[in-house]
Design a protein around this ligand. Structure first.
Ligand code: ADP
Ligand code: MG
Length: 263
């Protein structure tokens, strides 16, 4: 029996490649239907993964389980080397791992009665106990990273959809995550605005080394900016490949039909 840690194909003496997020055998049912059917899913630091697949195939549920918004029946999740979920249940170290994961939604979820600054500092002040000054400094930096510095005092209701989504990304950055889970964040936006928002994600990867997991129908972004394309089907990962392999050399008939239908 081989008791050595999983070193992949690395030469002896070189460090093992460690995943930032490693989920093993995630299983989740709704009303007796398997929405996650034994999913293994890894995210490396600084990697952009795009998840595609039909509506109802389980993409959002996967992100929600990793973010802790949903509990699976089974599965282990390790985040930055810490086991945060074991046999489906949260471990005592849950908070340590969860802090490294941010999530952004299609619907922005900003508070309409608050300005941008207050939307950003609410959670970090409460959860991290930051002072008003510390939180505001963090907010200025996060807004600068998404190109929204001049809107710090705007009300979210005064912003366009693309601006709101950039603020929502900045809000997620406030907790200094290492991976950003993005669930169809450009689906409500016009294509040029969507491209700008996705450009922000590509820049965050380049400049901050942020890992991004993006559920999207935007095949152009997937082709250009993704390190990996993951095709989800019936609660399982059917294809996990480079964009070139997935879009041009993949024999999976279901993926081909999906890509043809979306294009
Ligand atoms: P996708 O994001 O790929 O469209 P989802 O993960 O949202 O798929 O949903 C997968 C399946 O699980 C769908 O059939 C959906 O109706 C069902 N589902 C998701 N969340 C819930 C829930 N909270 N309660 C009941 N059914 C749900
Ligand atoms: Mg979804």
């Amino acid at each position: 029996m081989n008791l050595a840690p999983n070193l992949g194909t690395a030469e002896p003496g070189t460090p093992a490649t460690t995943s930032l997020v490693s989920a093993v055998n995630l299983a989740k049912q709704f009303h007796g239907r398997k929405v996650l059917d034994g999913v293994d899913f890894d995210v490396a630091a600084g990697e952009v993964s795009v998840i595609i697949g039909k509506s109802g195939s389980g993409k959002s549920t996967l992100l929600r389980v990793i973010a802790g918004l949903e509990d699976p029946e089974e599965g282990d999740v390790t985040i930055d080397g810490v086991l945060v979920r074991s046999g489906g249940a949260r471990t005592a170290d849950w908070n340590h791992g969860a802090a490294k994961v941010g999530m952004v939604f299609q619907s922005y979820n900003l508070w309409p009665h608050m300005n941008v600054l207050d939307n950003l500092i609410l959670a970090p002040r409460k959860i991290l106990g930051l002072s008003a000054g510390e939180a505001e400094a963090r907010a200025e930096k996060a807004l600068a990273e998404v190109g929204m510095a001049e809107h710090i005092r705007s009300r979210s209701t005064q912003l366009s959809g693309g601006e709101r989504q950039r603020v929502a990304i900045a809000r997620a950055l406030m907790m200094r995550p290492q991976v950003l889970l993005c669930d169809e964040i450009t689906s409500a936006l016009d294509p040029p605005v969507a491209a700008e928002v996705l450009g922000v994600l590509a820049r965050l990867k380049q400049e901050e080394g942020l890992a991004v997991v993006l559920v999207t129908h935007d095949m152009a972004f997937a082709s250009k900016a993704a390190d990996r394309v993951i095709f989800f089907s019936n609660g399982r990962i059917a294809v996990d490949a480079t964009p070139d392999e997935a879009f041009h050399h993949c024999e999976n008939a279901e993926l081909k039909a999906f890509v043809d239908a979306v294009r």
